[in-house]
Write a protein that binds this ligand. Structure first.
Ligand code: PLP
Length: 474
């Protein structure tokens, strides 16, 4: 009689307990595992967290309120939360070589908000308090308070443009960061597609931002953070890097020297669930001079910390400190480059003509499609991607002209460069057989039997690389 793995037992029992309350939820949890096992996940921002990370999230830590920071809480009874938060922060500091780590942010957006307000507090609020000889904002006169509020709302930010791969939280109007800051963007060189550091320097000199933001969600190349810090220093800006997408490549020492943001930026934000392979969440790393302001994140902009998620962050960060994580990170990039090259060999056009990180952006204009049509046709064929703008995109941010693909998730399943060639063939087959319906940016025609054949091939390919092989839900 074969015995069940501890993971199988744990998840089977958890679902059995959930089913006693509402079996629809237990069934959905089980069905999600099947769906994830069977789909070819190329979404660059997704991954598969380990069973230990998943289990660390599902427990009574979820019940605990713990506003404040380690050892300084607004609630009693937080000694176990203190343990979890300090272990997670210690792993983060060690992993990234950062002087300070704040592991409370609930997401990447929250981490950026914490960082922006820490910088505003440091650069705008603290000098105003000092000038008024006030210890804290409650001590300011009504006139000084009104002036400070105006000054806080009147600051400038320079971030990467959305179509070049920047993120909404880097000062764009639909996000709160765009309503808080007067934002200007830097883009990429029209010829090479690479960040034009000279143009960035010119814009910074003229615009004089309080904050320069580095980092991206759809730029397929390395970024020279040493040069960006020099530019920030020249214009007196605080340099923030949002490494949400590539934190795993920094942790795995693929990005080192000029390309590692941690030694160069004043403050670094990240998510924990993308290439870092942890639970959904965020984190802020910073230099000592910003630590106190960063630690005020809750209750400044964050709701109470999520101790169960911090427990899972601690596990994920500990996993990323193991030697095999560097091998994983290297394989993510090797796979990404193999996929990019295999696509280009078949005639696809890629933004910047390739990649040196975990993602590529296919310019699907070359297939006569919008991003929306390509994304949906691929989905019909069992391949999960997401549409994305390309630089100077003629189709705007909704339809777009690109499809972003990334390898962190498939690499976690164990797929290698040989499989990337097969995947490139599937993607190219679908895109080259999809026809845009005349006059439509959304509708298209794709032979159903071709889509079915590709989906079957994708499932067969994945069958050789079982997801969560130690978990059998029966
Ligand atoms: N920053 C960057 C660069 C991102 O790519 C993302 C998510 O896509 C975020 C921040 C926001 O992360 P979250 O969805 O966890 O709020």
């Amino acid at each position: 009689m074969s015995s069940l793995s501890p993971e199988s037992t744990a998840f089977r029992q958890a679902i059995a307990v959930i089913n006693t309350v509402d079996p629809r939820i237990g069934a959905a949890i089980a069905a999600e595992l099947t769906d994830q096992r069977e789909s070819l996940k190329l979404i660059a921002s997704e991954n598969y967290a380990s069973p230990a990370v998943l289990l660390a999230m599902g427990n009574w830590f979820s019940d605990k309120y713990a506003e404040g920071t380690i050892g300084r809480r607004f609630y009693a009874g937080c000694r176990n939360v203190d343990t979890v938060e300090s272990v997670a922060a210690e792993h983060a500091r060690e992993l990234f070589g950062a002087p300070h780590a704040y592991v409370q942010p609930h997401s990447g957006i929250d981490a950026n908000l914490v960082a922006y307000w820490a910088i505003l507090a440091d650069r705008v609020e603290a000098p105003a308090l000092a000038k008024a000889q006030a210890r804290q904002v409650n001590d300011l006169s009504p006139a000084d308070w009104a002036q400070l509020r105006q000054d806080l709302g009147n600051q400038r930010m320079l971030g990467m443009s959305l179509d070049a791969g920047g993120h909404l939280t880097h000062g764009f109007r639909p996000n709160i960061s765009g309503k808080m800051f007067d934002q200007r963007s830097y883009g990429t060189d029209p010829e090479t597609g690479l960040i034009d550091y000279d143009a960035l320097r010119e814009t910074a000199r003229e615009f004089k931002p309080l904050i320069i933001v580095g980092g991206y969600s759809a730029y397929p190349r390395k970024v020279n953070f040493r040069v960006m810090r020099e530019i920030a220093d020249e214009v007196g800006a605080t340099f923030l890097v949002d490494m949400a997408h590539f934190a795993g490549l920094v942790a795995g020492k693929v990005f080192t020297g000029d390309f590692d943001p941690v030694p160069h930026a004043h403050i670094v934000t990240t998510t924990t669930h993308k290439s870092l392979r942890g639970p959904r969440g965020g984190m802020v790393l910073c230099q000592p001079e910003l630590a106190d302001q960063v630690d005020r994140g809750c209750p400044m902009v964050l709701g109470g910390p999520l101790p169960h998620i911090m427990a899972a962050k601690a596990i994920a960060l500990a996993e990323a400190r193991r030697p095999d994580f560097a091998g994983y990170a290297q394989q993510v990039v090797a796979n990404s480059q193999a996929l990019a090259e295999a696509l280009m060999r078949r005639g696809a056009t890629l933004v910047t003509g390739g990649t040196d990180n975990h993602l590529s952006v296919i310019d699907v204009n070359s297939y006569g499609l919008t991003g929306r049509q390509a994304e949906q046709a691929l989905l019909d064929s069992g391949i999960v991607t997401n549409r994305n703008s390309v630089p100077r995109d003629p189709n705007g941010a909704w339809y777009t002209s690109g499809v972003r693909i990334g390898t962190p998730a498939l690499t976690s399943r164990g797929l290698g460069t040989a499989e990337m060639d097969e995947i490139a063939e599937l993607i190219h087959t679908v895109l080259s057989h999809t026809r845009a319906d005349s006059g439509s940016k959304a509708k298209y025609t794709l032979d159903g039997s071709l889509a079915e054949r590709v989906a079957k091939q994708a499932t067969e390919l994945l069958a050789g690389f079982p997801l969560y092989p130690t978990i059998d839900l029966g």
